[in-house]
Design a protein. Structure first.
Length: 177
């Protein structure tokens, strides 16, 4: 598989493209463009300038990583590379852009993948041997035992009522007169 340019629209609506090597690794990322048409012009500029080593500006980041910037003839940045750990790997990236960019096709990275092909015709499906019987089902797992309910709290013993005082009995018999 040869390299390819992949155009994608970001969350902000800006359009970028990536040049991917034949192994799918991104080797150059563009600046943000306002439209896909502008991004395609940027791709044309990459194709035109990718084989001119003078268009590659080699740089070193603050952390010591190396990277390159591809510039157009007017000095405008077209794209940047990823960060590389060594100068040698950065130079391999420059060579990869020069190798892949000139003939790389342009694909729409926002396009949804093609639908899977329709199911096979019934005649072909019938010609297949019957499916293997389903594997034996494993015995159903026993449900975990329910947790024991916490013992109910015992109510405090009721206070014994004080014995009721007996009311003095009425004299059953009134004094006889």
């Amino acid at each position: 598989m040869a390299g390819k340019f992949e155009i994608k629209t970001g969350k902000t609506g800006k359009v970028r493209f990536n040049l991917k090597a034949s192994n799918g690794q991104v080797i150059l990322t563009s600046e943000a463009y306002d439209s896909a048409a502008a991004a395609k012009k940027g791709i044309a500029s990459v194709k035109k300038n990718a084989t001119n080593d003078k268009r590659f500006e080699r740089k070193t980041a603050k952390d010591g990583s190396t990277y390159f910037v591809l510039k157009a003839a007017n000095g405008e940045t077209i794209g940047k590379s990823e960060m590389y750990k060594t100068v040698k790997s950065m130079e391999n990236g420059v060579a990869s852009v020069g190798k892949h960019a000139p003939d790389a096709p342009v694909v729409d990275g926002d396009a949804k993948p093609a639908a899977k092909p329709a199911a096979k015709p019934a005649a072909k499906a019938a010609a297949k041997p019957a499916a293997k019987p389903a594997a034996k089902k494993a015995p159903a797992k026993k449900a975990a035992p329910a947790k024991k309910a916490a013992p109910a709290k015992k109510a405090a013993p009721a206070k014994k009522a004080a014995p009721a005082k007996k009311a003095p009995a009425k004299k059953a018999a009134a004094k006889k007169k």
